[in-house]
Write a protein that binds this ligand. Structure first.
Ligand SMILES: Cc1cc2nc3c(=O)[nH]c(=O)nc-3n(C[C@H](O)[C@H](O)[C@H](O)COP(=O)(O)OP(=O)(O)OC[C@H]3O[C@@H](n4cnc5c(N)ncnc54)[C@H](O)[C@@H]3O)c2cc1C
Length: 423
């Protein structure tokens, strides 16, 4: 048994990349994965198509990781989106670019990504052990990592460097159940509270239920915390039986999660007509009302709104549904305009972390060297992927972060153990 080997915990995107990179540098590497297969989360990512990265300018990436984006600067620089695309191409996976720069395998098959990574591990000689759940890290008195213990048999594995790539706490069926946070805390690392991000929102109001299944395109949603506007997003929104979802809500959900955790009041305001100023919308309403002047109010909104929204808007407007359009007052019309641009929802909660696409929070970046992913507290201990307090918006950013941090951790760990090999 080689005591100078590297142990990688977790066979997801970050762990596989880290293990292969370390082995490619000549290190002996074992990868321990608790599930009976590698890459479970990759396989379900992007609705089974795997949005593996984004084709946008890498210099812009940092801002798509709200919170600690800057921490990723060195990792993204060393192994960027084009490097990742080339990497997969070298294993036979051609990619294509879709709306918003999203990069997918040409075959629309996430398994192609897992297969490529598996080939990489085989080629570089990584020894993969499945069904091995790691319990804790073993640290010596010099604050060096010297191995791990497995959960089942309490068996110890020695290694001079350990890379923890256990993922976050969302979609626990894929194996990421927050184990890395426990390991981190036990050796003195600070954990920023894991919270769901990229997650749908529950609302107090019941009317979204009446619209469940309706997707609105080209709308704007803004998020308000304690009455102050925090952010806005333009795009697609989906109504559900419990509240709201869809890409723009998922992006805003991180702010909701954190504010709710602090007990703050959170609202979402939907602007159904973001392209129009309030005056332009009022003129538009005047035109529609002139056109339908002899109709009842409830029958006058067909040019403006999807059919299923009309009863909801009529109800929320407070205007009598049967009122003749030519009897609607200016004040009523203006109130309607306000409603169309500020449909307010009180957010009571997010859906649970188990349904979140990504976990915000994790190992505090202040305790990790961004140039190597090595712990600042324990020598030879490296972190990679979602276990770190890093999360991105949708669009391929989370996988790119996992691969880039994995790349850096793998290479840095291989360099680190050289000192022991040379002795
Ligand atoms: C439904 C869904 C869709 C997504 N789609 C996309 C997308 O299209 N594009 C994108 O960029 N991001 C997407 N994401 C996010 C992205 O998949 C993750 O951020 C990324 O996979 C994290 O990689 P990771 O290697 O850090 O962790 P994970 O992929 O979670 O891997 C962690 C691994 O560690 C193993 N493990 C955990 N604990 C232990 C232990 N104690 N011992 C041994 N092994 C352990 C787990 O079994 C798992 O295999 C999606 C997420 C979800 C849930």
């Amino acid at each position: 048994m080689n005591k100078n080997r590297i142990i990688v915990i977790g066979g997801g995107a970050a762990g596989m990349m880290a293990a292969g990179q370390a082995a490619a540098q000549g290190a002996e590497v074992v990868l321990l994965e608790k599930k009976n297969r590698l890459g479970s989360k990759i396989a379900i990512s992007g609705k089974g198509r795997c949005n593996v990265t984004n084709a946008g300018d890498i210099a812009d990436f940092i801002r798509y990781y709200p919170g600690n984006g800057k921490f990723l600067y060195a990792a993204l620089k060393e192994f960027n989106n084009q490097d990742l695309i080339n990497f997969f191409a070298s294993y036979g996976v051609k990619t294509k670019v879709e709306r918003g720069g999203r990069v997918f395998p040409e075959t629309d098959d996430a398994e192609a990504i897992v297969t490529a990574l598996r080939k990489f591990l085989e080629e570089t000689g990584v020894k993969v052990f499945l069904n091995r759940k790691v319990k804790e890290l073993i640290i010596n008195e010099k604050k060096e990592v010297i191995g791990i213990t497995e959960a089942e048999k309490n068996e110890a594995w020695s290694g001079r460097a350990v890379i923890v790539a256990t993922g976050g706490a969302s979609y626990p069926g894929t194996g990421s159940t927050g184990d890395g946070y426990v390991m981190a805390e036990k050796v003195g690392h600070k954990i920023i509270k894991p919270l769901p991000a990229l997650v749908p929102l529950r609302t107090l109001e019941q009317w979204p239920k009446d619209l469940q299944g309706l997707t609105l395109k080209n709308v704007e949603a803004s998020i308000w915390v304690e009455g102050k506007k925090q952010a806005k997003e333009f795009g697609e929104l989906l109504f559900t039986h419990f509240g709201v979802s869809g890409p723009i809500i998922l992006t805003l959900s991180r702010i909701a999660s954190q504010a709710l955790n602090l007990g703050q009041k959170v609202e979402i305001k939907i602007n159904l007509k973001p392209a129009l100023s309030r005056e332009q919308l009022d003129l538009r309403l005047q035109r529609d009302f002139a056109k339908y002047k002899n109709k009842q109010f409830k029958n006058a909104l067909g040019d403006l709104l999807p059919k299923s929204m009309i009863p909801v808007i009529v109800e929320l407007s407070g205007i009598e549904p049967e009122k003749a359009v030519n009897e609607i007052t200016r004040a009523e019309r203006q109130k309607l305009g306000h409603l169309l641009q500020e449909m307010s929802l009180t957010v009571t909660n997010t859906l649970g972390i188990e349904t979140a696409i990504v976990t915000s929070g994790g190992v505090d970046v202040k305790e990790i060297n961004p140039a190597t992913m090595e712990s600042r507290l324990i020598n030879g201990l490296f972190w990679a992927g979602e276990v770190i307090d890093i999360d991105g918006i949708t669009g391929g950013y989370n996988l790119q972060a996992a691969f880039s941090t994995g790349y850096k951790a793998g290479r840095a760990a291989a360099k680190y153990i050289k000192q022991f090999l040379e002795k």
